[in-house]
Design a binder for this molecule. Structure first.
Ligand SMILES: Cc1cc2nc3c(=O)[nH]c(=O)nc-3n(C[C@H](O)[C@H](O)[C@H](O)COP(=O)(O)O)c2cc1C
Length: 180
């Protein structure tokens, strides 16, 4: 019931990557990615204890978040599977030597591990963003167990209004007051 309810939220799709102790690239598909803080710049992602790559991520001091573009649904499927070598045939770069950056991604964030918090059957990895980049492309979406593409990104704000930037909410607004 919880899983079915949570599937009604539209999210983007990311592949979280790192190098394990042997220097082998590791990665898993995740839509639990969330921004946490701007000062300092923090993001989080949750990894299941039962994931095959869990030991690698628990030990990792660095990881990268690759935000997928609409042409990368197959990459999402591949990294959501328990294949032994998910990176075979995948083009990636590792310019910082810290985590693989998957070619064709909409955006990437290189993270230094800030904290890791146990939460039920997942570990919350909190990363401080050290480098990032993005390209002009459309995002891959996910909702109700299906991938989504946004052939036209049309604003859905009420007529004449623009949604306030998420970071510009006043404390009042956050506590149920009037939006700025
Ligand atoms: C769209 C989507 C989102 C997912 N999000 C997460 C997530 O946030 N955390 C997680 O641990 N697994 C998530 N998964 C499942 C993992 O990708 C899957 O269990 C994968 O096999 C883990 O790889 P590993 O076993 O090689 O570590 C997601 C799968 C899909 C298709």
């Amino acid at each position: 019931m919880l899983r079915r309810t949570l599937r009604s939220l539209i999210t983007g799709v990311t592949v979280v990557t790192t190098f394990d102790a042997e220097g082998k690239p590791r990665g898993f598909t995740a839509n639990s990615f969330t921004s946490v803080s701007l000062e300092p710049p923090l993001v989080l992602v949750c990894i299941a204890h039962r994931a095959g790559s869990f030991p690698a991520f628990r030990a990792a001091r660095h990881f990268a978040i690759n935000i997928l573009s609409e042409s990368q649904a197959e990459i999402s499927q591949r990294f959501a599977s328990p294949l032994p070598d998910k990176f075979a045939g995948i083009e990636y770069r590792d310019e910082t030597d810290k985590a693989p950056l998957i070619a064709g991604s909409l955006a990437w964030l290189d993270c230094h591990r800030h904290d890791a918090v146990e939460a039920g059957d997942h570990l919350i990895l909190i990363g401080e963003v050290t480098r990032l980049g993005h390209q002009d492309a459309r995002p891959l979406g996910y909702c109700g167990g299906d991938y989504l593409r946004f052939d036209s990104l049309r604003p859905a704000s009420p007529a004449g209004a623009r949604a306030p930037a998420a970071s510009s909410f006043t404390p009042d607004a956050r506590h149920g007051g009037r939006n700025p």
